[in-house]
Design a protein around this ligand. Structure first.
Ligand code: BES
Ligand code: ZN
Ligand code: ZN
Length: 473
C-alpha cells in the first residue's frame, strides 16, 4: 500500500494540513483564529517547525532555515517531512494536504521525507505496525504530476531494497533472491537473466564458486538490463552488487555473535543495484544500464573453502585464500571481469565490503574510490543532493603490496590497516575500464531508527545511484 498523491488547484477545508514556508513570510490558513496565528508566529521565530492540533485536525507548519550549504535545505525539508509523518501516525490521520509556499522547491524533499518514513517490515508480524496515510493532496505551483510520480517510484524502489535487506536467510537464499529480482523486473520493465550453478561452473567463476562451496544452497549470477530505445549512452553503465545473502565468515568464522547478528544485510549492495535499476526502468530513464549480482551465502559446511586454498578466478587470476571472511571481493572480482564483455562506459560496484568502512564514516556516509575523477565528482554531487554522502579514500599503488602472495597472483586478505582501500585495490585488479567502488558497510543497516531511515535495511545506495544515473543523461 502506498498513499494516493494528487495535485489539486485550491486547498480543501476541514482537512489536516502542512504549510511549507520559504525564508520570507509564514503561510497560514486563511481562517485561523488570531490567537493560534500569534502562537505559530512566535514559535517559528526560534524553531523551524510547530504544530497545532484542533480535534480531529492537525496543522503543521514548517519554514526553511538558511544553510551555508544549499543541499542541507533539502535535507532539512526531508527531516520536517519525517516529523510531520510521526504526528500523523500518532493521530492515525488518513487524509491530508500539503500547501507549498516554500519558494525554494522544498515540497519534493518534504514529501520524500514523509514517504520514506512510511516504511515498515511487517510481513512476519501478526500485529502490523504499518500506518500509511491513504491520500495526500498537494497544492503547488512549482511541482508537476510527473515529478510526483517519479518520487513515488523512487520511494517504492527504496522500500524494495529495504525489504530485500530485511528478509532473513530463512527466506532469502540466493535462488529466492533471484526470484525476487525477476518479480521486480516484471513489475518495473527491466529484463533479468539468472545463471544457475551449472552455467556458473561452465563459466568457471572461481570466486563465486569457492565462496559457495560451504553452502548447501546453489549460487546464482543475476544479469539485469534496462535498455530503452532512447538511451543516450553508447556504451552501457554496469552496476555490480555484492549478493552475499548471509555472511558467517565461513571457516574464518566471525569472532563474536555481534559481528554476525545482522549479516543477512550482506546483499545490500545487490539490493541497491536491483532497486536503482527498478527506479530507472519505472521512471523510463534514457540510460542503458546493466546490473550484475553474484549471489550465495558464505558458510562453513563440510566442503567449505579453507584458508590456504588457491583458487582460479573467472579471468584466470589465481588467489591464495588467507581468510574466508574476505569473501565479497572474490565474487565481485568475477563479476567485474565478466563486465568487460559489455565494453562499459563505466562500472560501479556497490558492496558491504569491509567493517573498516564503517569505522571511517560511521552511519553518515559511504566510502568511494575509483580510477575516474569526473565520475567520482559526479557521485559526490549526487550524494549531496540525496543526502547519501560520499567520502573518497585513496587507492594508491602502495595498497597493492599487502595483496601479494608467494604462491599465487594475489592473496585475498592484505593487512588490517587501510583495509577499505586494500579491498578496493583487490577489486581494481579485475577492472580495465572507468570504474568506481562504493563500500556501504557503514550505512546499509541501522540498529536504531534515525529519522526517515528505519532500523534494519536503510535502502542506502538506491537514491544515490538513481540520481547519479540521472546526472549522466
Ligand atoms: N560482510 C563483511 C563486511 C561487513 C562488516 C559488512 C560489517 C557490514 C558490517 C565482509 O565480508 C567481511 O567480513 N570483511 C572483513 C574483511 C577482513 C577479513 C579482511 C572485515 O571487514 O572485517
Ligand atoms: Zn565476510
Ligand atoms: Zn561479507
Amino acid at each position: 500500500m502506498f498513499p494516493k498523491i494528487k495535485i489539486i488547484a485550491s486547498p480543501k477545508d476541514k482537512i489536516s494540513s502542512a504549510f511549507l514556508s520559504g525564508i520570507s513570510g509564514i503561510k497560514t490558513p486563511d481562517n485561523f483564529p488570531e490567537d493560534d496565528m500569534k502562537y505559530i508566529e512566535k514559535r517559528l521565530e526560534n524553531e523551524t517547525e510547530c504544530s497545532v492540533y484542533r480535534h480531529p485536525l492537525l496543522y503543521f507548519f514548517s519554514r526553511t532555515k538558511e544553510h551555508k550549504k544549499p543541499y542541507y535545505l533539502a535535507e532539512h525539508a526531508r527531516t520536517a517531512g519525517h516529523k510531520f509523518y510521526e504526528l500523523l501516525k500518532g493521530e492515525k490521520i488518513n487524509s491530508l494536504q500539503i500547501m507549498d509556499n516554500s519558494d525554494s522547491n522544498l515540497l519534493l524533499p518534504f514529501l520524500e521525507g514523509l514517504l520514506l518514513s512510511a516504511y515498515s517490515f511487517s510481513k512476519y508480524k501478526k500485529e502490523k505496525d504499518n500506518y500509511i496515510p491513504a491520500e495526500i493532496f498537494v497544492i503547488t505551483e512549482t511541482i508537476t504530476t510527473e515529478q510526483l510520480s517519479e518520487l513515488e517510484n523512487l520511494v517504492q524502489a527504496v522500500f524494495h531494497a529495504r525489504d530485500l535487506v530485511n528478509e532473513p536467510l530463512s527466506f532469502l537464499t540466493a535462488t529466492c533472491f533471484s526470484d525476487e529480482i525477476e518479480r521486480l523486473g516484471k513489475e518495473a520493465g527491466f529484463t533479468v537473466e539468472v545463471l544457475n550453478r551449472k552455467k556458473i561452473e561452465a563459466l568457471r567463476m572461481g570466486g563465486l564458486l569457492a565462496v559457495n562451496k560451504g553452502s548447501i544452497d546453489p549460487p546464482t549470477f543475476n544479469i539485469l538490463e534496462w535498455k530503452p530505445e532512447n538511451h543516450v549512452n553508447e556504451k552501457p553503465v554496469v552496476l555490480v552488487g555484492k549478493g552475499i545473502v548471509y555472511d558467517t565468515g565461513g571457516l574464518s568464522l566471525k569472532p563474536t555473535p555481534k559481528s554476525m547478528d545482522y549479516m543477512k544485510s550482506d546483499m545490500a549492495g545487490g539490493a541497491a543495484v536491483v532497486s536503482a535499476i527498478y527506479a530507472a526502468a519505472g521512471n523510463k530513464l534514457p540510460v542503458h544500464i546493466i546490473g550484475l549480482i553474484p549471489a550465495t551465502d558464505n558458510r562453513p559446511d563440510g566442503n567449505a573453502y579453507v584458508p590456504g586454498d588457491i583458487i582460479t578466478m573467472f579471468d584466470g587470476t589465481t588467489v591464495e585464500i588467507r581468510n574466508t571472511d574476505a569473501e565479497g571481493r572474490l565474487l565481485l572480482a568475477d563479476a567485474l571481469s565478466y563486465a568487460k564483455k559489455y565494453d562499459p562506459m563505466l562500472v560501479v560496484d556497490v558492496a558491504t565490503l569491509t567493517g573498516s568502512a564503517e569505522i571511517i564514516t560511521g552511519p553518515h556516509a559511504l566510502v568511494a574510490m575509483g580510477n575516474h575523477q569526473d565520475y567520482l565528482m559526479k557521485m559526490k554531487n549526487a550524494g549531496e543532493e540525496v543526502f547519501e554522502r560520499v567520502v573518497e579514500v585513496p587507492i594508491w599503488d602502495e595498497y597493492a603490496k599487502p595483496l601479494k602472495s608467494s604462491v599465487a597472483d594475489l592473496n585475498n586478505l592484505g593487512v588490517r590497516e587501510g583495509q577499505t582501500s586494500i579491498a578496493g585495490k583487490f577489486l581494481e585488479h579485475f577492472t580495465s575500464y572507468p570504474w568506481m567502488h562504493l563500500d556501504i558497510a557503514g550505512v546499509a543497516y541501522f540498529h536504531e531508527k534515525d529519522g526517515y531511515k528505519p532500523a534494519g535495511g536503510t535502502g542506502f545506495g538506491t537514491r544515490l545511484l538513481y540520481r547519479f544515473l540521472k546526472l549522466l543523461n
